[in-house]
Design a protein around this ligand. Structure first.
Ligand code: WQD
Length: 344
C-alpha cells in the first residue's frame, strides 16, 4: 500500500483529498499545525472511509520538527503539499507573513523529500498564477501575468521553486492549478470552514442565506462580461480531491513526460457571480439578500480553464455541476448551523 504524506491535511481541500486517497487504497499521514484548521475533521474522513488518519501537529517552517516526521515514518512514496495561507486580502496586508510561511514551509518539505528520497511530489497551485490573462480559456502554456496579490506571488514562486529544485534530484513532480474550489463532500461530513468573515464567494453566499451575514455585496457589475460581474471557473472540491489521486497514480506509473508537469483543474466553464447566485437561489429556494457594489481591488475580470490536458492525460473528468456545488455548499452550511445549535 503506497504511503502518502499530506501537508495541510486538515484544511478544506486537504481533508477532501485524504478521503479520496483512502477510498482509493492509499495509506495517508497528515501534517497540519492546525493554526487555521482542526484535526477533528479527520474523524469525519474516517466516518466516510472507515480508515484512520493520524495528524502530526507540526509547523513546517521548523525544519527539525518536519524532519522528525520522516524519521518516524519510513518509506513515504509521495507528498501532497497543501499547507499554506490562502487569504488574498490578508496577503496584501501582511506580505512577509505569506512569503515566510508559504515559501518557508515549501522549502523545508522539499528538503525532506530530497533527504528521505521521496520520489513523488504534488504541489497545490492555483489559477491565480495566470494573473489577468489576455485570452481565455487559459491552458497550462498561457503566459503568466504579474500576480494580483502576494498570495498569488507565493504560488508563482512556489511553482518555480518546485520546478528548479527537482531538476537537481530524481523527484518527479506535478503542479495542480486549482480554479475556484467550492462545495462540500456529498456525505456532508466534510466542507469549508471559513475563519471569520469569508472573502470567497460561495461561503459568503451561504452565510448570507443562513443569516450569519446580513447581506452580500457583488463586487463589481460594470465589467465587460455578459452581465457585468466577474467570471470564474468554479470546480467542486471533491473533483479537485480526486485529481490528486489520479496525479499520484500518474507519477507512480511513471507517466510524467517531463520531470515537472502542470495541470489545470477547472471544469472548462466560466460562470459570472450573478449566475452563481442564481444557481444558489434555484437549488436552495432562497432569495439571496445581495446588492451590486464597487469592484474589489485585485480581482481578475474573467478566467476559466482549458482542462483538456488533465482530462486526456490524467483521465480526470469533473462530475459535479454548478448546481451540485451550490446544493452541497448549502447543505454543509445548514449542517454547521444545526451542529452549532446542538453544541451551543
Ligand atoms: C470570486 C468572485 C469576487 C465575495 C481566490 C484566489 C484563488 C483561491 C480562491 C484559495 C470575484 C466575487 C466574492 C463576495 C463577490 N484561493 N465576490 N462578493 O478571488 O476568484 O480566487 O480565492 O484557494 O487562488 O485567487 O475567489 O471567491 O474570493 O471571488 O462578488 O462577497 O466572487 O469579486 O469576482 P477568487 P473569490
Amino acid at each position: 500500500m503506497k504511503k502518502i504524506l499530506v501537508t495541510g491535511g486538515c484544511g478544506y481541500i486537504g481533508v477532501h483529498t485524504i478521503a479520496d486517497l483512502l477510498v482509493n487504497g492509499f495509506d495517508v499521514i497528515s501534517v497540519d499545525n492546525n493554526s487555521r484548521s482542526n484535526s477533528d475533521i479527520l474523524l469525519n474522513a474516517e466516518k466516510i472511509t472507515g480508515k484512520k488518519t493520524s495528524n502530526y501537529v507540526v509547523d513546517l517552517c521548523d525544519l527539525e520538527s518536519t524532519r522528525n516526521i520522516f524519521i518516524k515514518n519510513e518509506g513515504i512514496d509521495g507528498i501532497i503539499h497543501f499547507a499554506a495561507y490562502k487569504a488574498v486580502g490578508e496577503s496584501v496586508e501582511k506580505p512577509l507573513l505569506y512569503f515566510a510561511n508559504n515559501l518557508g514551509s515549501l522549502i523545508n518539505i522539499l528538503k525532506c523529500a530530497e533527504e528521505f528520497n521521496v520520489p513523488h511530489f504534488v504541489f497545490s497551485s492555483s489559477c491565480t498564477v495566470y494573473g489577468n490573462p489576455d485570452s481565455i480559456p487559459v491552458t497550462e502554456e498561457t503566459p503568466q501575468k504579474p500576480a494580483e496579490s502576494p498570495y498569488g506571488a507565493t504560488k508563482q514562486m512556489g511553482e518555480v521553486i518546485v520546478n528548479e529544485t527537482v531538476k537537481s534530484n530524481s523527484i518527479q513532480a506535478i503542479l495542480l492549478r486549482y480554479f475556484n474550489p467550492v462545495g462540500a463532500h456529498p456525505s456532508i461530513l466534510l466542507g469549508e470552514i471559513p475563519l471569520g468573515r469569508p472573502a470567497n464567494l460561495v461561503p459568503a453566499i451561504t452565510q448570507t442565506a443562513i443569516g450569519k451575514l446580513p447581506a452580500m455585496i457583488v463586487h463589481g457589475h460594470d465589467y465587460n462580461t455578459k452581465d457585468g460581474s466577474c467570471v470564474r471557473d468554479y470546480i467542486h472540491v471533491s473533483d479537485i480531491a480526486h485529481a490528486h489521486t489520479l496525479a499520484l497514480n500518474y507519477l507512480i506509473d511513471q507517466k510524467n513526460k517531463t520531470q515537472t508537469e502542470i495541470f489545470n483543474l477547472g471544469t472548462g466553464d466560466g460562470y459570472t457571480v450573478l449566475e452563481v447566485i442564481a444557481a444558489f437561489e434555484k437549488v436552495s429556494g432562497i432569495k439571496l439578500n445581495y446588492s451590486l457594489g464597487p469592484r474589489r481591488a485585485g480581482d481578475v475580470v474573467a478566467i476559466y480553464a482549458n482542462n483538456n490536458k488533465a482530462t486526456t492525460e490524467l483521465g480526470w473528468i469533473p462530475k459535479y455541476t454548478l448546481e451540485d456545488m451550490m446544493a452541497t455548499a448549502w447543505q454543509w452550511e445548514l449542517k454547521l448551523k444545526n451542529e452549532q445549535q446542538v453544541n451551543g
